[in-house]
Design a protein around this ligand. Structure first.
Ligand code: GYE
Length: 329
């Protein structure tokens, strides 16, 4: 009997100690002495777009890894299935829960002003990752992401170098309508191919998914058949979906129709190394660590850069074959 009671008392003692450690953090006091604790966890609500692509899966993993308890975070995760309204609702719910900071990967550029203002009024800092918004940058603390326009430009430059002067026919699979990733890639690509004799036969959204890419490419093939020389897909997944459609139409991807995509995820790089894709512009999804650093700094009241751009590379078939095994995602 005695032993049991003693064990219970000891356990309660440990709990009390642990709780004291936490409370110390809340008071903002750096009161050492509570043995194990350290600071309180930072509660972060992360509003992810959805799970549309391999890029997104890698991005989600990177975020979950960086915003771990060991790193001092209590992460509340939600993916909005690519529905802007649902994502905004999720951000509102994070505001109501009184989280310490909110991270958003905004599905579309427009429509964020009101909810960002609500977060600001509630004193909750917002950090954007991946895509950008059209709202004033006074309404959020910081953004970390990629230069989508440059990605589109690099893809367009490759097409121009290869096909200008041949009167080639091009089709485009666009990303999610209204997303900064799709808008900026389209702008960059158009500027790099402007003034060439390349004809854009068609350009439609495949919503950044394999299924979307496949369906839209089937439509393109029905309409234009073997007249199509080049495909530009705003991401690997849509290009991978298009491969099925091209093969089903009796054409050889990489030869009959040359394919340039953006992202450089494992499946895309494999298709490139196998000769089914012809060129990939990288878009780095591993933004978690930088986002976590930004959140920590902002919550601590430190000054941070408004914009952090992560550099991308690009790959030919030969380069893809060389680096394929060492790619982390
Ligand atoms: O290229 C695509 C994903 O916003 C950069 O979204 C991201 C894009 C990425 O679904 O695969």
């Amino acid at each position: 009997m005695n032993r049991r009671i003693l064990a219970g008392v000891a356990l309660l003692g440990t709990l009390a100690l642990a709780t004291t450690g936490c409370a110390g953090g809340t008071d903002g006091g750096g009161n050492a002495g509570s043995g194990g604790g350290g600071d309180e966890l930072i509660t972060v609500g992360f509003a992810q777009t959805g799970s549309e692509s391999g890029w997104r899966a890698a991005n989600t993993e990177s975020m979950k890894e960086a915003f771990s308890e060991e790193n001092g975070f209590d992460l509340i995760f939600n993916a909005a299935d690519n529905k802007q309204e649902a994502q905004i609702q999720q951000v509102r719910s994070y505001i109501n829960q009184g989280v310490d900071a909110i991270v958003i990967a905004p599905i579309t550029v427009d429509g964020w002003d009101d909810v960002l203002k609500e977060a600001q009024d509630a004193g909750i800092p917002v950090i954007l990752e991946d895509r950008t918004v059209s709202a004033s940058d006074d309404l959020y603390a910081s953004w970390v992401g990629l230069d989508f326009e440059k990605e589109g430009e690099t893809a367009g430059q490759w097409v121009a170098d290869k096909f200008d002067g041949q009167g080639a026919n091009l089709v485009i699979l666009e990303g999610t309508t209204g997303s900064s990733a799709a808008l900026d890639r389209a702008t960059g690509f158009a500027s790099a191919t402007e003034g060439t004799d390349i004809t854009v036969l068609d350009s439609q959204t495949g919503d950044f998914t394999r299924d979307g890419g496949k369906k839209v490419m089937e439509g393109f093939l029905q309409k234009y058949g073997a007249d199509i020389d080049v495909l530009f897909a705003h991401n690997d997944d849509m290009g991978l979906g298009a491969l099925d459609a091209i093969k089903a139409a009796g054409l050889t991807p990489g030869t009959d129709i040359q394919i340039v995509t953006i992202d450089a995820v494992k499946d895309g790089m494999t298709a490139l190394a196998n000769g089914e894709f012809n060129f990939i512009v990288e878009c780095n999804p591993l933004l978690g660590e930088r986002a976590a650093e930004l959140v920590k700094a902002v919550v601590a009241g430190e000054e941070v850069d408004k914009r952090t751009i992560v550099e991308d590379q690009s790959f030919t078939q030969e380069q893809a074959a060389e680096v394929l095994d060492s790619r982390p995602y």
